[in-house]
Design a protein around this ligand. Structure first.
Ligand code: NAD
Length: 370
């Protein structure tokens, strides 16, 4: 246990097997399932990803397929997936898809304690965290449980070449947001920071190349490496201001997860950077490594906006469905969640201003210290 008065950083990891490589999924899944002692596989995928998923599981002993995946894992979806796992007597869960699919597998693992093999097809990063999320009555509940961390992750960049440009961008910036928030998360630590900085560099290098050519498997692989680094850093450092705001917005207003995270990120950087020069320097340095800005911490936001411009990133929560009238309520809800460890004190007025700018699609600004 750490004495609260002692200035100590804790870095805690959990065991997980991570396999990467073009074409890896088809090659390694049988052995990986066997390694976990599984013989009765429950496959979880959306209808959209099902044909790809089925192509990976020939001869794997699939006893059930669950395709009722929905964003933010509504409780009724979790219950339906859990019932199928029970009645099919599955002994291992195989998820093939984005964060919503991984999240559905986690909801089953939370109660059934079955191991998960995750094959991610977006850059959400849920596969590398022990965080689960469920939504009920427009409120999102999160928790941490080692049982929901996938035992094995297979990053196969070939499965991501079908991600359309807009989703590649927003999902990749969601991963970038994991990196940035890890720099000031409640349990930030030097190892998590190292992962985060390299994650920023990989993503900021890989995403423009993916946008130029969605079939560039090497660039896709770079983005997946950044995704893993981002999520591992985030799992260790905990949710910072950015993710707490997005958690509230996602649960209460059902905004599209990845795009919402992308829109909010530069506004949070603009707010926190003046009070967190170390983090600002690291963000700027990593972005400069990818060709955005000259590495000066004072220009971290400008460099980030340079990346956003290159990617044609989304800029407005209004476009995603948040009404201007909802901003005051969103600010009040978010205030309850901001971690006390945030580098800068946050008031409801600060949040109303930040979320209001993001809602209206106004340019993110550096908010000077009083
Ligand atoms: P998603 O899983 O909802 O997928 C978005 C869309 O992309 C879907 O329509 C899906 O069918 C499609 N898609 C997925 N892979 C594709 C591919 N390769 N080609 C073409 N289309 C593809 O969205 P997401 O952004 O991946 O995940 C968001 C969810 O993940 C949220 O619910 C969020 O809360 C959760 N999440 C959880 C954690 C965690 O640590 N628990 C971390 C990140 C995200």
């Amino acid at each position: 246990m750490i004495d609260a008065d002692v200035n100590a950083a804790v870095y805690e990891t959990r065991p997980q097997r991570v396999i990467t490589g073009a074409g890896a999924a088809r090659r390694v899944l049988p052995a990986e399932i066997e390694r976990l002692g599984g013989s009765r596989v429950m496959l979880i995928a959306t209808e959209h990803e099902l044909p790809v998923a089925r192509g990976l599981v020939a001869g794997l002993g699939v006893v059930a397929e669950f395709t009722g995946v929905r964003p933010h894992v509504p409780v009724e979806v979790a219950e339906a997936a859990r019932a199928l796992a029970r009645t099919s007597r599955a002994d291992v869960l195989l998820s093939v898809g984005g964060g919503s699919t991984t999240g559905t597998a986690k909801a089953v693992a939370l109660t059934a304690r079955l191991p998960i093999v995750a094959v991610p097809t977006t850059y959400a990063g849920s596969e590398a965290t022990d965080v689960w999320g469920l939504t009920e009555d427009s409120r999102k509940t999160n928790g941490v449980d080692p049982a929901v961390l996938p035992a094995t992750v297979v990053y196969d960049p070939e499965l991501t070449v079908t991600l359309p440009p807009a989703l590649s961008t927003s999902s990749g910036l969601n991963a970038l947001a994991h990196c940035v928030d890890s720099l000031w998360g409640p349990t930030a630590s030097p190892p998590a920071t190292a992962f985060a900085v390299e994650g920023i560099r990989q993503l900021a290098t890989g995403l423009p190349a993916v946008l130029a050519d969605g079939g560039d498997v090497a660039a896709r692989e770079r983005c997946q490496q950044g995704t893993y680094l981002a999520a591992a850093a985030f799992a260790a450092a905990g949710s910072g201001m950015h993710h707490k705001i997005c958690h509230v917005l996602g649960g209460a207003y059902n905004l599209e997860h990845a795009a919402m995270h992308a829109v909010v990120l530069p506004h949070v950087v603009g707010f926190n950077a003046p009070a967190a020069p170390g983090a600002a320097n690291r963000i700027a340095g990593a972005l400069a490594g990818a060709g955005f800005g000259d590495g000066d911490g004072d220009d971290a936001l400008t460099a980030l906006l340079g990346l956003y411009a290159a990617l044609g990133a989304p800029t407005s929560l209004g476009d995603l469905g948040l009404a201007a009238e909802q901003v005051p309520e969103a600010a009040a809800l978010a205030l309850e969640k901001i971690p006390p460890s945030n580098p800068r004190p946050v008031t409801e007025a600060d949040l109303a201003d930040l979320i209001g700018r993001a809602q209206a699609g106004r340019r993110p600004v550096l908010v000077p210290l009083a």
